[in-house]
Design a protein around this ligand. Structure first.
Ligand code: BES
Ligand code: ZN
Ligand code: ZN
Length: 504
């Protein structure tokens, strides 16, 4: 359920919980520097614990460190949640998002909550960005996928009064943060939905309904049209399935003249068994999430109706599952892709690149100023960067820099990896233009990215984000909870809001 966020000057009388920041430099072992008010900058002294209580909290091990929470009774029948922010000098939007998530999880049984965290950001120019992060953290931290739970215990938080001296822009950015959090939650829902329920056809229906709500154009190609349009990669991956493929296109057009045109591509494999090159049981467990790239694109585009960037955006989303029926593509089969290149499929588990090849070729035909694709493409990227950092590949340094800067402002982590031209021969096939897996198994994330690059038009700035590690989480960590993370939504929205044509 969406949380209603309201900017207020003082703590309202009807809230039952108050979230209070506590910075570690005010609560260190040496004792408070500012005994009356370790929550620097907040104007709610009535509700703050008196000095004796701060000492008690310290004695119990509460030091105001990041992720620490202490609970105590407040003065007016409220419950106080003291939220560690770490050193006051390092409080930024990421710290704020994380603290808000931790705070909301701690206070999830309360309906009406006052939140005094924002003014811990002493630098008032940073406050709008902090407010956005706060709104994101409160909602993302309490996200739950409970569709199939008989006794769900969802967060009861319905209203959060953000106590701040504010500034005009703060309510606006709180709202932006809320919308973005809804986009992330949508992406998480899609990732968490079982493969038997979120079939390609169901995904298309969902997206069509969302597009209508968000004011986006939506075009859906079903199997016949996909064949007529010669999407050989998508058809080839779909051959082992009983569920027909779909290809979804979305378009957002700004009100005035467009400041550039952006193409988005997302991998939409609703379940990846590996095909005939079948995965092991363990590898298959989280493969309902193999459409996280498409989900991130859909989540980000669902926000555009309210965020209204000035660029035109087109999304290209191929959906299929990768199954093992009698008609399945065999290792050794050759596919002809949308751009007429032929591909020898030697491993049917390297399927994402096959449908992305068609989608990138179509994106190219729309002549965009830049393209970005998101895909749960390789286990190798998780081996290289772990589960908190996505791999970024690009053919254009100015575009890579823009993507990287947007991700950093949005608080989503990525790291650049190379596209070395001399590694391309690893993909040379004896019978076709390319093989779909490298002759050498090492450098798998790079090989996959090089493969995709073959389907992007020459000279078009293109970035590829391999989100196989970051799209799924096995633990709770700040604003990230177990299951689908919605990785990519925030960076995409930020990228669209600030889009400029990259230099070629
Ligand atoms: N969907 C997988 C990649 C993946 C792995 C996503 C782990 C999320 C978590 C992809 O289709 C795949 O199977 N890739 C193969 C490529 C290999 C056959 C070259 C892989 O990574 O093993
Ligand atoms: Zn696969
Ligand atoms: Zn896959």
């Amino acid at each position: 359920m969406a949380i209603d966020l309201e900017l207020v000057r003082d703590i309202p009388a009807d809230v039952s919980a108050v979230l209070i920041p506590a910075c570690s430099d005010h609560l260190g072992a040496a004792g408070p520097q500012d005994p009356g008010n370790p929550s620097a900058g907040i104007d709610a002294e009535d509700d703050l614990p008196p000095e004796a209580d701060w000492r008690y909290l310290r004695a119990r091990g509460f030091e105001g460190k990041v992720d620490q929470v202490a609970v105590m009774p407040g003065r007016h029948g409220t419950v106080l949640f003291l939220i560690g922010l770490g050193p006051s000098s390092s409080v930024d939007a990421n710290v704020m998002r994380r603290a808000a998530a931790v705070a909301a999880r701690a206070a999830f049984r309360h309906q009406g909550v006052a939140c005094c965290l924002l003014d811990a950001a002493v630098d008032t120019t940073a406050r709008p960005a902090m407010a956005q992060a706060l709104a994101e953290g409160l909602q993302l931290g309490t996200y739950q996928y409970d569709l199939y739970k008989s006794n769900p215990e969802p967060s009861r938080i319905a209203r959060v009064c953000v106590v701040s001296l504010g500034g005009k822009r703060v309510q606006g950015t709180l709202d932006v943060g809320s919308r973005i959090a809804e986009g992330v939650a949508l992406a998480r829902d899609l990732v968490n939905e079982p493969g038997s329920d979120l079939t390609p056809a169901v995904a298309a229906e969902r997206i069509e309904a969302l597009a209508a709500q968000a004011g986006l154009e939506c075009t859906i190609w079903h199997r016949d049209q996909i064949e007529a349009e010669r999407l050989g990669g998508l058809i080839g991956v779909n051959r082992g399935s009983t569920q027909p493929p779909v290809f979804v296109q979305l378009r957002y057009a700004p009100a005035g003249p467009a400041r550039g045109r952006l193409g988005l591509v997302g991998k939409g494999v609703t379940f990846d068994s590996g095909g005939l090159s079948v995965k092991s049981s363990n590898q298959m467990m989280a493969m309902k999430g193999d459409m996280a790239g498409a989900a991130a694109v859909v989540g980000a585009m669902s926000v555009l109706g309210s965020v209204r960037p000035r660029c035109e955006v087109r999304a290209f989303l191929p959906f299929t599952d990768n199954m093992i029926g009698g008609g399945a593509t065999r290792p050794g089969d050759v596919l002809r892709m949308r751009n007429d290149k032929t591909v020898e499929v030697l491993n049917t588990d390297a399927e994402g690149r096959l449908l992305l090849a068609d989608a990138l070729a179509l994106a190219t035909e729309a002549l965009p100023d830049a393209i970005i694709d998101l895909a749960t493409l390789t286990g190798a990227v998780e081996t290289a960067l772990g589960s908190k950092i996505a791999g970024l590949f690009s053919n254009n340094s100015s575009w890579a820099e823009m993507v990287s800067a947007a991700a950093s402002r949005a608080g989503e982590r990525l790291w650049g990896l190379p596209l070395p031209g001399d590694y391309r021969k690893n993909l040379d096939s004896d019978v076709a233009d390319l093989r779909n897996v490298g002759k050498s198994a090492s450098g798998g994330a790079i090989t996959a990215a090089l493969f995709l690059g073959e389907f992007v038009g020459p000279g078009i700035p293109w970035a590829h984000l391999d989100i196989a590690g970051t799209s799924w989480s096995t633990d709770i960590d700040g604003e990230v909870v177990k299951g689908g993370t919605g990785y990519g939504v925030r960076l995409l929205v930020e990228l669209m809001r600030t889009f400029k044509k990259p230099a070629r």
